[in-house]
Design a protein around this ligand. Structure first.
Ligand code: B1M
Length: 209
C-alpha cells in the first residue's frame, strides 16, 4: 500500500516529522496498527539494518531512522494498548547493561501493556542488579531481558544466575529476546522462555504465569 511504503521510505530517510504525520493519516484511514507496524515501520527499519550491515549507511543515519521509528510507534502505541485488561501479572522489562537498543524492547512493553500486563520498564543500559532488585521488591512474575548485540547477550546469563541465587524457589520467571538471541542460547543461559518477537513474547509469558 502506497501510504505504508511512504512511511517506510521517510523512516529510512530519518524524517521523524513525516513519519509521525503519515502514521497519523494511516490511523485515520483505518489501516490497522499491526499493518502500520509490520508494513511501514518494521519494513523501514529492517532495510536500514541491512544497509548498515553492508556499510551503505553510517551510524548517524541509523540514529535518525530509529528516532523516526519511535515517532511512528508513539502514534500507534495508544491503539496497541487500548484493550488493556488489568491484573494479568507483573513484568520487569529492560535492555541489559552496555546496550542502548530499545525499539524492540519498547514494542514488547507496548504489546504486553495492551495484553493487560503491569509492565515496569527499567529502560536501556540497565545494571544487572537493578533487574534483580526491582523484581524482588516488586514481587514480579517475570523478568524480561532484551539484548541486540552479541557482546551484551552474555549479560543476560549473569542476570538469570543472580536471580536464581536471590529467588531459589524460582517464583520469578525469565524471558529473553533480541535479534541475536535464539532458543538454544536461552536454554544455555537457563532462561525460562525465549521469544522471537513481541507477539510471541506475550504467548510465552502467558505460558510462564
Ligand atoms: Co545498532 N546494531 N548498534 N543501533 N542497530 C544492530 C543491532 C546490528 C545488528 C546492525 C548491523 O550490523 N546489521 C549491529 C549488531 C551486530 C552484532 O552484535 N552482531 C549493531 C551495532 C554493531 C551497533 C553499534 C555497536 C554500532 C557502533 O557504534 N559502531 C552501536 C551499539 C550501541 C550500544 O548499544 N552500546 C549501535 C547503535 C545503534 C543506534 C543507537 C544507532 C540504534 C538504536 C536506537 C534505539 O534502539 N533507540 C541502532 C539500531 C536502530 C540498529 C538496527 C538497525 C535496528 C534495531 C531495531 O530497532 N530493530 C539493528 C539492525 C537489525 O536489528 N536489523 C542494529 C527493530 C526492532 C523492532 O527489532 O530490536 O530485533 P528488535 O526487536 C524485536 C525482536 O528481536 C524481539 O521483539 C522485537 C519486536 O518484534 N525482541 C524481544 C527484542 N527484545 C525482546 C525481548 C523479549 C522478547 C522479544 O523478551 C523480554
Amino acid at each position: 500500500m502506497e501510504l505504508l511504503n511512504q512511511i517506510s521510505e521517510y523512516l529510512q530517510q530519518g524524517d521523524d516529522e513525516k513519519v509521525f504525520e503519515l502514521t497519523g493519516i494511516a490511523i485515520k484511514e483505518g489501516i490497522s496498527p499491526k499493518e502500520i507496524l509490520d508494513d511501514g515501520l518494521l519494513a523501514g527499519i529492517g532495510i536500514i539494518g541491512k544497509q548498515f550491515k553492508n556499510h551503505e549507511i553510517f551510524l548517524p543515519d541509523v540514529l535518525l531512522a530509529a528516532k523516526a521509528m519511535q515517532a511512528g510507534l508513539n502514534q500507534i502505541k495508544p491503539l496497541l494498548e487500548r484493550d488493556k485488561i488489568p491484573g494479568m501479572g507483573k513484568i520487569v522489562l529492560g535492555t541489559v547493561k552496555g546496550d542502548v537498543h530499545d525499539i524492540g524492547k519498547n514494542l514488547v512493553g507496548i504489546m504486553l501493556k495492551g495484553a493487560g500486563y503491569d509492565v515496569i520498564d527499567l529502560g536501556k543500559d540497565v545494571a544487572s542488579e537493578q533487574f534483580v532488585e526491582t523484581a524482588i521488591i516488586e514481587k514480579a512474575n517475570v523478568v524480561g531481558l532484551s539484548a541486540l548485540l552479541t557482546t551484551t547477550m552474555p549479560v543476560m546469563k549473569e542476570i538469570i544466575s543472580m536471580l536464581k541465587e536471590k529467588d531459589p524457589e524460582g517464583n520469578i520467571k525469565t524471558i529473553i529476546g533480541g535479534a541475536p538471541v535464539t532458543k538454544n542460547i536461552a536454554d544455555e543461559y537457563g532462561a525460562d522462555a525465549y521469544a522471537f518477537d513481541a507477539a510471541n513474547a506475550i504467548d510465552q509469558i502467558k505460558l510462564l504465569i
